[in-house]
Write a protein that binds this ligand. Structure first.
Ligand code: CTP
Length: 408
């Protein structure tokens, strides 16, 4: 079970081959290798000769603690045929950066360097992240090769628009390594225990406007909700993340709906509720909003000011009213500063939940990467978990969701 802050369940112990080809973006592959290793993957790197002109194999060896496959004819290769072994033992192969030349080779089944030969020998999922000048990427020859590879099942992480090594701006920059990691995680988890399930996660603290420049909110960072959305994606779920503005990176492979207020959030949930297999409400929803938002910025005054607040709907209670025979598994969070379990049990019943995640927020939980929670089920079961990274709390919550879905 992953326990460090950076370890990721779907990557933990997985063999991944990273193929690096000769683009200036090859230096970014070092960061990618590092992320994968920190997430718990066992990473083998294969490089073309041109890639070694940009980055030393030693950089990858130092990060992965494994030999780098750079020479088809190196001594030792005759007993342990590197490309066949890598191709057979890898759970996934990712080429980042993939040059136009490499895409052309793969499209035509060529195998004359450590990267292309490993891909040809492999039977696992292959991801390519192209990087090249915009003119080369949009050239009909490259476009046709990419299309052919897609048709054959190769997954393409499209390059991004931006500054290119040529000094020009255009489509051809290597996708951000975090986006590539998202794609690797989603691909490895595609057949997980939530495959075919639609999970909606709400995250962040709602913002209730006072006037065009000010709002009332709370300390929620959104980390728990984002961790749940990513973990559900990694287990094969189709994930909708309904989120208020946060400082967090938008995860790839997840449908994101941006909202601000409690009523926006309710509208977003209601629109998909009937199709959901699970609703996980981590959002810290404001219980009150200002009765009437000022149309213009409220000006400084010398006297005190009264704000009249009116109650917001309880989103969980409101959606429970939509329940039919096909109701989703409903999970709530209870952040309390006193009488934790008693308040949580009350919310479990009042909001028609299958599971509630109770946590004591009197300490430093807001914005923290770890949390200590107790899971309480509607059938009376209870599990107090030790303090652990929020990413691991997410996995334990999804274990419970998965079990509840299986029992239906
Ligand atoms: N919640 C909700 N709608 C609200 C407030 C909260 O759906 N208006 C959800 C939260 O997303 C969470 C659960 O209900 O999953 C518990 O949230 P909490 O704020 O602890 O509950 P409240 O009902 O607001 O109770 P109180 O503020 O009195 O503790």
């Amino acid at each position: 079970m992953p326990n460090s802050l950076t370890e990721v369940q779907v990557l933990s112990g997985k063999r991944i081959t990273l193929g690096v080809t000769g683009s200036i973006a090859a230096y970014k592959a070092v960061a990618l290798a590092s992320s994968l290793v920190q997430a718990g993957a066992i990473v083998d790197v294969a490089m073309t000769e041109s890639a070694t002109r940009f980055v030393q194999p030693l950089s990858f060896q130092a990060i992965t603690h494994r030999p780098v496959f750079v020479d088809l004819w190196a001594a030792g290769m005759e007993t342990d045929i590197a490309h066949v072994t890598l191709g057979r033992e890898s759970a996934l192969i990712v080429l980042a950066p993939a040059t136009a030349n490499m895409l052309a080779k793969l499209a035509h089944g060529m195998a004359d360097d450590p990267v292309s030969i490993t891909v040809l020998a492999a039977r696992c999922p292959v991801i390519v992240a192209p990087a090249m000048d915009a003119g080369m990427f949009t050239h009909p020859a490259t476009a046709a090769n990419v299309e052919l590879l897609r048709k054959r099942g190769v997954i393409v992480v499209d390059p991004e628009e931006g500054h290119l090594a040529s000094g020009l701006t255009g489509l051809g920059r290597l996708a951000d390594p975090d986006r590539i990691v998202d794609c690797i995680r989603a691909t490895l988890g595609a057949h997980g225990d939530l495959a075919g399930r639609h999970v909606l996660v709400t995250a962040g603290g709602t913002q209730e406007a006072l006037d065009p420049v000010r709002y009332i909110t709370n300390h929620s960072s959104g980390k728990m909700g984002y961790a749940l959305a990513e973990a559900a994606r990694d287990r094969g779920a189709h994930v909708t993340l309904v989120t208020t503005p946060t400082a967090l990176r938008t995860p790839g492979g997840v449908s994101v709906i941006a909202v601000r207020t409690a009523s926006d959030m309710l509208a977003a949930i209601t629109a998909t509720y009937a199709k959901l297999d699970a609703l996980i409400m981590t959002a810290a929803v404001a219980d009150f909003r200002v009765e009437s938002e000022a149309a213009h910025k409220i000006k400084r005054g010398e006297t005190s000011m009264d704000l009249r607040l009116v109650p917001n709907p309880d989103l969980l209670a409101a959606t429970a009213a939509l329940d039919s025979r096909t109701r989703p598994v409903r999970v709530g969070f209870a952040a309390e500063t006193q009488d934790l379990l008693a308040h949580a049990v009350d919310k479990l019943q009042r909001k028609s939940l299958d599971l509630i995640v109770a946590n004591d927020v009197s300490g430093d939980v807001f914005g923290s990467d770890s949390n200590e929670v107790t899971l309480l089920w509607s059938d009376g079961r209870e599990a107090a978990l030790p303090r652990m990274p929020k990413t691991v709390v997410a996995e334990r919550v999804l274990d419970a969701v998965s079990e509840l879905l299986r029992r239906r």
